[in-house]
Design a protein around this ligand. Sequence first.
Ligand code: C5P
Length: 403
Amino acid sequence: MQSLLNKKIVLGISGGIAAYKTPELARLLMQEGASVQVIMTDAAQQFVTPVTMQALTGNPVYTSQWDNSISNNMAHIELSRAADAIVIVPGSADLMAKLSLGLADDLLSTLCLARDCPLLIAPAMNKQMWEHAATQRSVERLSKDGVTLLGPASGFQACGEVGMGRMLEPSEIAEQVIAFFQKKTLLGKKVLITAGPTFEAIDPVRGITNHSSGKMGFAIARAALEAGAQVHLIAGPCHLPTPLEVTGLITRTNVVSAKEMHAATLAASDCDIFFAVAAVADWGIAKPAKEKIKRNGKEVPNIEFVANPDILLDVAKTAKTKGGKPHPYCVGFAAESTNLEKHADEKRKRKGIPMIVGNIGPDTFGSDLNQLLVIDAGGSKKIAKAEKLQLARQLIGLVAKKI
Ligand code: C5P
């Protein structure tokens, strides 16, 4: 799936050492289907060459406003009119100050002033430069003017210092550009998600768990963030990176057992939508051993199970009605081996939730692909086989309409 198909992006490169990361960014944007038109300032060419960027993007690189290869000699107008967005990477303190004042003395700054498309900037500079009152004034002015700032992050800087001003990684910038273009159907909404398996300890080294990679839940978290929501992701043991972490719009709580997941979820259940995607172990161990249970010939241990709390059921019980709709709007998931629609709908009614999503097997566990059957009181709707992120975006679209 390409998330930037048919998007035309002007990639503006200004003069900063982080410019060395722009070839990788251009490739990532193109892999997602975007066409990339590079514009470079004079200083940018000290760090990366137009030849590199032209070879990678397949498009001529523009560096001067006096370029007569553009038929009407108005590169600053022509290039921005064709663009869906201008993305400036890295955004130097100097360029940001210029743009915040509306100065236009080279091709990139003139193009930004003459644009009729969104402008995104990924700042990159030394921490003192970032913290300087003048730069902070630029940031404030640019934000007021509707410019989207991507980062910066805090960390090791090329100059050897550590602090705020480090540019986001190309993959993080690409993810945010993709997010920028998604429909903002959940703007201002709070979304709670459980994801991954739970692990029930038998002793300090053994335990039982469920099959679940966490990919579907994490994809829903990313899609909800892309739609403008604030997300709380409660994750069982899985090794997936937190989606769009640098936006600061996601909180992640890691848990191990179903009991821990239950407590963390109930504590965070003041939300607009709850997606229960986790594969929660139905039974926990009554008395987990404090020490490793020793093997004793052919003897097998007798393990007593206890029922785990049903997290989804308990959140659904707290739901109130807001504007005639259940609040939070609870969405359950069901993996069934037979009769998916019938069993999933029974589960939906038993748990008292408005929507349940059936995983249409058989290759759902750990796979990047899935097929879904979305069931509510009005009937069912199939979402055809696709990457989990694509399914998650469609599901978010459906749920957004319900609330
Ligand atoms: O009852 P069953 O496990 O089949 O239901 C699956 C749905 O319920 C999923 O949405 C799952 O996340 C949720 N669930 C839960 N707590 C449990 C068991 C399941 O939240 N203890």
